[in-house]
Ligand binder design. Structure first.
Ligand SMILES: [Zn+2]
Ligand SMILES: [Zn+2]
Length: 140
């Protein structure tokens, strides 16, 4: 597995100018398994980096999500953002700790093939979020 690119390189790869705001938002979300809402990102940046407008945070999150660097999730009716890997994946979402685990698409492909065989339904497997309990939560 290649080492993850530094924020600036990640931004350039997807054609985004590495502004201070995008850099800060991306750095904050890197390495987190749980998605964060715009308000949570804003609160954390304000306490670590210093003052940043909420609108600025929203704008940075939108551009990063549009570019595919962040994936969006529904967290109690609020949109939440997570920095995901570039390899294709499905999401396993823990309903207890809100962690998102990236799952290789081949793992769910056989299940989707079975599903089609039984129901005739053809799923679009590009984005499939499976909710449940993660291994860590299940063992505690
Ligand atoms: Zn993802
Ligand atoms: Zn969990």
């Amino acid at each position: 597995m290649p080492a993850p690119l530094v924020p600036d390189a990640q931004l350039r790869v997807v054609g985004l100018t590495p502004t201070a705001q995008r850099r800060a938002v991306l750095a904050l979300l890197t390495g987190r398994s749980r998605p964060l809402t715009a308000q949570q990102v804003h609160a954390e940046l304000t306490s670590t980096v210093g003052h940043i407008g909420l609108t600025t945070v929203y704008r940075a999150l939108h551009s990063l999500a549009d570019a595919g660097l962040l994936h969006t999730f529904d967290l109690d009716g609020q949109r939440a953002y997570r920095h995901c890997g570039t390899a294709r994946h499905q999401h396993l979402i823990c309903t207890r700790c809100e962690a998102v685990i990236e799952c290789p698409p081949e793992v769910v492909m056989s299940w989707l093939t079975e599903l089609h065989r039984h129901t005739g339904f053809t799923p679009h497997p590009d984005r499939l979020d499976v909710r449940g309990i993660c291994a860590t939560c299940a063992s505690t």
